[in-house]
Ligand binder design. Structure first.
Ligand SMILES: Cc1cc2nc3c(=O)[nH]c(=O)nc-3n(C[C@H](O)[C@H](O)[C@H](O)COP(=O)(O)O)c2cc1C
Length: 204
């Protein structure tokens, strides 16, 4: 089994990247291959161009997209870790979805409507944020984040959204709190990562 961990935080010392490492370590401890794709580290090009669109339409996917699609295809479990920026994904992550989840790879349009092509995979989403969870709950948009970030992307492609966690006030959280968040996050993977070796020693 392969676990793809997509991380979209530019700072290698961020909580996001600590969580990515903890998930990779726990996966390997469970004999699951872990692949971390830190989109900044791999310098992912997020701009979907006219040229890309015409190549995709012809069935000749650009090489950098094909590489990401192959990794995605080979992964049964997908973790997505990102900071909430303007209520949404960082641009590099939005561009990853724009360019990698192409028509013909991630979904197809049938006479009965769109059909997801990535069935049998599970996705876990992790959203760090500056605000509190209550603030978004009170505004009535926490549910919208779950829907738009989870179902409208992964669900649309046939991927089961197995969990979506939010981490409030992350920049102001203590190391103890961040470690607690990581333990809680790992707990969400019990069905796919049952072996619970303690792996976190976050000093961020
Ligand atoms: C460009 C930008 C936009 C942001 N927009 C939001 C937002 O809409 N809601 C929110 O709760 N936090 C927002 N934040 C705060 C980040 O979510 C927060 O800094 C991040 O989750 C992780 O913190 P870290 O960068 O200290 O690891 C924003 C931060 C930046 C840099």
């Amino acid at each position: 089994m392969q676990h793809l961990i997509i991380s979209a935080h530019p700072n290698e010392n961020s909580f996001s990247n600590a969580l990515a490492e903890a998930l990779a370590k726990r996966s390997r401890h469970n004999d699951i291959d872990a692949v971390i794709r830190n989109l900044y580290e791999v310098d992912f090009n997020p701009i979907l161009t006219k040229k890309d669109l015409s190549k995709i339409k012809e069935g000749t996917v650009p090489e950098d997209i094909a590489r990401e699609q192959e990794i995605l295809n080979d992964s049964e479990v997908i973790s997505l870790i990102y900071p909430l920026w303007w209520g949404s994904f960082p641009a590099i992550l939005k561009g990853y979805f724009d360019r990698v989840l192409t028509n013909g790879f991630a979904f197809k349009i049938t006479t009965d409507g769109p059909e997801g092509l990535l069935k049998g995979k599970k996705a876990f989403l992790h959203t760090t944020m500056g605000n509190s969870i209550e603030e978004y709950e009170n505004k009535g948009i926490l549910k919208a984040f779950r829907q738009i970030h989870g179902q409208e992307v992964f669900g649309f492609c046939g991927i089961e959204v197995a969990g979506h966690l939010f981490y409030p006030h992350i920049s102001d959280s203590s190391t103890d709190m961040k470690n607690k968040y990581i333990e809680e996050a790992l707990g969400f993977y019990k069905t796919v990562l049952p072996d619970e070796e303690v792996v976190n020693s976050v000093k961020r």
